[in-house]
Design a protein around this ligand. Sequence first.
Ligand code: ZN
Length: 209
Amino acid sequence: MDIEKVFENNETWISQRLKNNPDYFKNLAKGQNPDILYIGCSDSRVTAEDLMGVNPGDVFVHRNIANMVISIDLNAMSVLNYAVDNLEVDHVVVCGHYFCGGVKAAMQSADLGILNPWLRNIRDVYRLHKDELNKISDENERYNRLVELNVQEQCINLLKTAVVQKAVRKRGMRVHGWVFDVSTGKLIDLKIDFKSILKEITEIYDLGV
Ligand SMILES: [Zn+2]
């Protein structure tokens, strides 16, 4: 890819936007009021805004390897707190994707250096759901299922935080688990049953906020 092409593309994009609305960028500069916080994978094939067909200003985005929500990750927690408390988003989405290299790596026995502690969180998801996963004989199917279960566990990690517990209770903010299928372009709502999950975890993780 010619890196200079990026700037040409940018000029084309600017003129397209201005053609539809001459005040487009003037309005963007006024501020943001997104309804959704999207937490997704850094994978270059999973383009947050593009796959959702949304515009600048619509979605607050955080991406990392394998869409993880880790309580001591200052980056993710800063994004989460700002989006929920300051921007007051109505929805927080964790979006995983099939063919996720991070999830694949966590299924293999290999020393990946600095990635080891990051991927260990996915290995923990595997351990939590070992009985279900080990029953799946087809390796690709097991891989896909781990992608889904990882999304579910990251949603649960969101629900363990004070900021999310408070926003869910006080203003009905919702958490969603999605998966993007790279092979079809389809965005799938996992329809995770948070009510029953909350029933199970509240006893332990309720922060009383
Ligand atoms: Zn990925």
